[in-house]
Design a protein around this ligand. Structure first.
Ligand code: XLS
Ligand code: NI
Ligand code: NI
Length: 435
């Protein structure tokens, strides 16, 4: 059954096209540096936004008009939504999707009933997958919506909640494996605190470490070979989230000896909420061999919350793809559209138009980043900027051949120090030549 009969398979029409339902820059099979665009970009749909987003805000109800709204039975609607997901993905040529356990199936009266409902939808999904190129990029567990998680999940003050969360992740891992997912994500929904006055911060962090270790152990036990990802975010919903940025997550993983099992899933909007640029978070992860996957959205630079907009800035996509290319690609991760439409874009077709805009921005960014890297302009400049470490005293520093004593001797004997311009404006200007 077609839920979007007015939309046909979205085609590439080139930069001159004015058709909102066509790609201007994303040409799936076109090779960039010997690799098809679709394999560079590995786009994914986010079930919670694309299928479940009602586009409400704190002042008003949702405005979304969706073809499955008329199906009122919860389980029948869950099946309809999953079918519609496959239709959207196939028409857009998006090969992956991601979901939280509770996105795809409603909760029942007990955990056992909830698991049964989940199994039913998973079986339906598997069936749909058997006739489709669409695959699962990652699964995760929703440990933040239900009131039981009011004080957190793995970091709750209540051990019963810890146990419940563990049971939920156990099941989510099984389901992710069943559907052939290549990654599993932990975003610490309510893993943080509102006030230190009621919080045992040390115990909460240790418990989070224990929880992630149990997940790794269980994955091994059931033979789930996917990549584990942790998704940093500094605030919202809790005032202070433990997994606030890449550096904090990296330090946490090091302390609990989990760096071999985890990489990062980096989201643009979370990066800017943390007071970093998106590129900073990607670079920091890449330099520490921690770049695993990306939630591509775009936050509003004037608002202090997770607006999760469609990523339409090619300039920002270029800097992101510059990191991805230097990372040797993003596989087995991908570029997940953790983004939703603005409340005014409520028509069913907007779902397509929004993703097309995001895919085009990333295609343009990819092309520009590849050309920039090919030219070597930036790398050459950077290499030259640090040339003082290639020989002489710099080489001795890098080789660990000198200490403070030798450096003092060197500094005392030295005359004037001369520095050179960092040429920031010139470099920013270079980027514009490639866009
Ligand atoms: C919320 C997060 C969430 C994760 C998955 O801000 O971005 O959507 O990606 O739990
Ligand atoms: Ni996200
Ligand atoms: Ni987010």
């Amino acid at each position: 059954m077609a839920y979007f009969s007015s939309v046909s398979k979205v085609a590439y029409e080139g930069p001159d096209s004015k058709n909102p339902l066509a790609f201007k820059f994303y040409n799936a099979d076109e090779k960039i540096g010997g690799k098809a665009m679709k394999d560079h970009l590995r786009f994914s749909l986010a079930y919670w936004h694309t299928m479940n987003g009602r586009m409400s805000d704190p002042f008003g109800v949702g405005t979304a008009v969706r073809p499955w709204d008329s199906v009122t039975d919860e389980m029948a609607q869950a099946k309809a939504r999953m079918e519609a997901l496959f239709e959207i993905a196939e028409k857009l040529g998006i090969d992956y999707f991601c979901f939280h356990d509770r996105d795809i199936a409603p909760e029942g009266d007990s955990l056992a009933a909830t698991n049964r409902q989940l199994d039913e939808i998973v079986a339906h999904t598997k069936q749909l997958m058997s006739n489709s190129p669409v695959k699962l990029l990652w699964g995760t567990a929703c440990l933040f919506v239900h009131p039981r998680f009011v004080h957190g999940a793995a970091t709750s003050c209540n051990a019963e909640v810890f146990a419940y969360a563990a049971a939920q992740v156990k099941k989510a891992l099984e389901v992710t494996k069943e559907l052939g997912g290549t990654n599993y994500v932990f975003w610490g929904g309510r893993e943080g605190y509102e006030t230190l006055l009621n919080t045992n911060l040390g115990l909460e962090l240790d418990n989070l470490g224990r929880f992630l270790k149990m997940a790794v152990d269980y994955a091994k036990e059931i033979g789930f070979g996917g990549q584990f990802l942790i998704e940093p975010k500094p605030m919202e919903p809790t005032k202070h989230q433990y997994d606030s940025d890449v550096a904090a997550c990296h330090a946490f993983l090091q302390k609990y000896k989990l760096t071999d099992s985890f990489k990062m899933n980096i989201e643009q909007n979370h990066a800017i909420l943390a007071g970093h640029t998106f590129a900073h978070e990607l670079r920091y992860a890449r330099e520490n061999d921690m770049l695993g996957s990306i939630d591509v959205n775009q936050g509003d630079y004037l608002l202090g919350w997770d607006t999760d907009q469609m990523p339409t800035s090619a300039a920002e996509a270029m800097l992101a793809m510059y990191e991805v290319l230097q990372n040797g690609g993003i596989s087995p991760g991908g570029l997940n559209f953790d983004a939703h439409l603005r409340r005014g874009s409520f028509e069913p077709e907007d779902l397509f138009i929004g993703h097309i805009a995001g895919m085009d921005a990333y295609a343009k960014g990819l092309r520009a980043a590849h050309a920039l890297l090919e030219s070597g302009e930036i790398e050459e400049f950077v290499k030259n900027r640090y040339r003082s470490y290639d020989s002489g005293i710099g080489k001795k520093i890098v080789d660990g051949a000198v200490g403070f004593r030798e450096l003092e001797e060197y500094a005392l004997a030295q005359r004037a120090i001369s520095n050179e311009s960092g040429r920031q404006e010139m470099l920013e200007g270079i980027l514009n030549r490639y866009l």
